[in-house]
Design a protein around this ligand. Structure first.
Ligand SMILES: C[S@@+](CC[C@H](N)C(=O)[O-])C[C@H]1O[C@@H](n2cnc3c(N)ncnc32)[C@H](O)[C@@H]1O
Length: 312
């Protein structure tokens, strides 16, 4: 049986929906193909060159083109690698390293990571901030927030306060944060490459449920952003209702604008028409990454800016 047939048999509704977005053999193959292991070197603990040299004695490292500290690595079980236990490296999927690169936080800034657990991106943000300034890392799921705290400790992150609110709570802190990351809860189609259960468990009603949460969160995230600040919205899924629809909703409801993202990463065409809706041409500035584009998890990333004081 072909991969395409296996997917169709596992979840017919899933197959029919996403074959409207892309229907190549390559797309279906990479939707389920196991992921390559990748790591981010944690420069809060040691210089990049030192860690790379040390790991290169035992493993083959291949640089990830869009993140200076990111590498693919030929290791079966990262948990057994001492550099991992020491917090010198963090196991992080290659495309999931893109949102903090786009956010581009600076030392001394005030940053909100609205849906932060288990903390791979919080650690990366702290790294770019050189542990200076402050990150509010929030996740309402207590068990996940505990994992977030453990990971931040292992990575030597010192500039972060962990909170456990519904992300929408932060809307009350209007015009406060220099940068906000909303790495939103989503239907996780990208995660099928980690576990088949994300395919068999996928339902359209789940997509709609997530879309409603995402719309609530993105409005609050935008409110909490300072004029002139940057909000990055990301998901690890391919559904237009959780991606283009959510960002288009923000553009219609507020004065938000999109910025271009210039990175050496292959992308797919944004979906500008879906189920009778037409989305803004501005959405061409977002990154829609399908798993076959770069052999990574699927991802969607938008760089949103709030006009500064006096800017129309
Ligand atoms: C995609 S994961 C975040 C991954 C994380 N940013 C990282 O890179 O390690 C989405 C997170 O959103 C959290 N979440 C779910 N509902 C939420 C809400 N209403 N407000 C904020 N976060 C929420 C989930 O608990 C989950 O940890």
């Amino acid at each position: 049986m072909s991969v395409r047939d296996e997917i169709r048999e596992a979840n017919q509704e899933f197959y029919e929906r996403y074959s409207q977005i892309e229907d190549t053999d390559e797309f279906w193959e990479f939707i389920v193909k196991p992921l390559r292991q990748s790591i981010r070197v944690n420069t809060l603990k040691a210089p990049l060159e030192v860690v790379v040299e040390r790991l290169s004695e035992d493993y083959k490292l291949e640089p990830i083109p869009w993140v200076r500290e990111g590498f693919f690595i030929n290791v079966d079980n990262l948990a057994r690698v001492p550099e991992h236990s020491l917090g010198l490296v963090f196991g992080q999927e290659a495309s999931s390293m893109i949102p903090p690169v786009v956010l581009d936080p600076k030392p001394g800034e005030l940053v909100l990571d609205m849906a932060a657990a288990p903390g791979s991106k919080t650690g990366q943000i702290a790294q770019y901030m050189e542990n200076e300034g402050c990150i509010i890392a929030n996740d309402p799921k207590i068990d996940r927030a505990n994992i977030l705290i453990a990971n931040l400790n292992r990575m030597g992150v010192l500039n972060t306060r962990v909170t456990t609110r519904d992300g929408a709570y932060f809307g009350r802190f209007e015009n406060t944060f220099d940068r906000v990351l909303l790495d939103a809860p989503c239907s996780s189609v990208g995660m099928i490459r980690k576990s088949w259960k994300f395919l068999t468990g996928w339902r359209l009603r789940g997509v709609v449920k997530y879309m409603n949460i995402q719309k609530r969160l993105i409005l609050a995230a935008y409110k909490a952003l300072k004029p002139g600040g940057v909000l990055v919205y990301s998901t690890c899924t391919i559904d237009p209702l959780e991606n283009e629809e959510v960002v288009d909703y923000l553009l219609r409801k507020t004065d938000a604008r999109l910025d271009d993202i210039d990175l050496p990463v292959k992308t797919s065409e944004p979906v500008l028409e879906w189920e009778g809706r037409t989305y803004s041409e501005e959405l061409r500035k977002t990154l829609r990454i399908h798993p076959n584009d770069n052999d990574t998890e699927a991802f969607f990333i938008a760089k949103i800016v709030k006009p500064g004081e006096g800017e129309a």
